[in-house]
Design a protein. Sequence first.
Length: 292
Amino acid sequence: MQHEGPEILTLNEYSGDASSVGGVVGTTGIGIPQLGLGVFQTPEGKETVDSVRWALEAGYRHIDTAAVYGNEESVGQALRESGVRRREVFVTTKLWNDDIRAGKTEEAFYQSLDRLGTSYVDLYLIHWPVDGWQRAWEVMVDLYHQHRIRAIGVSNFHQHHLEELRTISAVRPAVDQIESSPQFTNQDLVDYCHGKRIHVEVWSPLGGTGGDLLKDPVLQRIADEHGKSPAQIVIRWHLQRGVIVIPKSTHQERIKQNFDVFDFTLDENEMAAIYALNTGKRNGADPDNFSF
């Protein structure tokens, strides 16, 4: 099977009132490229500017940042200098925990806009389910209606957080961004979200910093059979399981390589072999037990 580029998934846009709590209230949608570039732990300045610019040159049209990453200004600079029209790039940023706790959602959002140098963001996420996230969601809905955000969602929400959200708001999150990799598939939550028509976006898709996932002999064997790298195999696995994936890199050739995953397909046996690498062990923090 041959592919030209990442699939464009549709995120619901919302307007008006729902007829019932948890109902879908929008009738239109926006497109999110299924493969993007993440810039977690990429320092503000040249390193982030170059990474985003290289990604856009390679064909990426989806960039994921966050206020707490400290690099929104560099992401915005790279977007402006790239020559790619703003409306062609899907930009995500996130509301940080301290601002949620302090009740500063609107202020924090506009600060992110200023740093990015744009008049809107395509997707705005609650970064973690800290105390006060319920009120933050209400403010984000208001910002959506002001046309400053094209879609709103959450990050690191367990099923019980999503179920609580359904009881307090008629607006369903477009996305839940969660940890997921072959070593920690988080498949029950992925399946739950898909069943509720919530898109899943995954962080640490390649196993996380310092992990040994890409050295696994199963991945190496499959990579050799396809003439690809283990990282490309894992990215392709994520795409075929229907999630949005945002691998990060600061190396130009690696950024290009991570995007070169549309000229092959994994068969059922290969997909199953990669699923079988699941250990159930997280690389990052548990959304029910964190201290930041």
